[in-house]
Design a protein around this ligand. Structure first.
Ligand code: SAH
Length: 243
């Protein structure tokens, strides 16, 4: 990887998208090391389809940081279905006040995220092999997070059952979605209400790098009531009979 070109792309993209507060010399260094590692380990772990460093900066790092502005100071955050560590790793790098738990059902990706966090000295990120629907039954995890977030894991009505049980009453669930967000929200209306949620807003989160434009959307759901112990159900039911 051309590190100089990568640093220049980070500065340009974060500047253009109003994100310079998430970058300084030390953080840029961490992002460079993360990118080197992700791209060199990609074959082994099947981490990302995005391999151009400037695209990684835009579509992974800046994209994940659209969530950061919505997170209260020192929030306890769970990233459900973190994959290669998104949004968990950028959140932990750029917001040192947060404490982030990254979970995924795939052991090798979790080991990769864990090892990466150690290599980058991120003491505010831990990773755990966990199926979303099983973890939420664990009293140590259930309704114990200020924020649950997820990107690219499941349609919203399924994702609500994976994520809302982790959020404490008064906390929020942020789903990172594309342009289809309004129709996903319409389909998830019942699930949101049944799980103790209330839609706060569908928040456009556009990104650009020069002529390249990306229309992403954050769906922000408030947790207003406790989730009934019936949920989450077994995964087969969640997926086949979404609420
Ligand atoms: N959030 C990452 C990865 C998306 S790919 C990103 O945006 O790049 C979806 C990931 O969700 C996969 O790694 C898959 O293992 C995980 N996943 C899907 N269903 C899950 C479940 N029920 N519990 C835990 N992880 C799940």
């Amino acid at each position: 990887m051309d590190e100089k070109a990568f640093r220049a792309a980070m500065t340009r993209i974060f500047g253009e998208n109003g994100m310079t507060r998430y970058l300084n010399y030390e953080k840029t260094e961490k992002y460079a090391r993360l990118t080197e590692r992700m791209l060199s380990e990609n074959e082994k772990y099947n981490l990302t389809a995005i391999t151009d460093p400037a695209e990684v900066a835009l579509l992974h790092y800046a994209d994940c940081l659209t969530v950061a502005a919505h997170l209260p100071k020192k929030a306890k955050v769970i990233d459900v279905g973190t994959g290669a560590g998104f949004p968990a790793l950028p959140l932990a790098i750029s917001r040192e006040d947060l404490s982030v738990l990254a979970v995924d059902a795939t052991e090798k990706r979790v080991r990769y995220v864990e090892e990466t966090a150690r290599m980058l000295g991120l003491t505010n990120l831990t990773a755990q092999v966990l199926r979303a629907e099983s973890g939420a039954k664990d009293p140590a995890l259930r309704e114990s997070f200020d924020v649950a977030c997820a990107r690219g894991v499941a349609p919203l009505r399924v994702l609500c059952e994976y994520c809302l049980p982790y959020v404490r009453v008064g906390g929020i669930f942020i789903a990172m979605k594309g342009q289809g967000a309004p129709s996903e929200v319409a389909q998830a209306k019942r699930a949101i209400a049944m799980l103790g949620g209330k839609l706060r807003e569908i928040c456009p989160a556009p990104l650009s790098d020069g002529g390249k434009k990306v229309e992403h959307t954050l769906v922000i759901i408030d947790k207003i009531a406790r989730t009934n112990a019936l949920y989450p159900r077994e995964n087969a039911q969640i997926v086949k009979k979404p609420l």
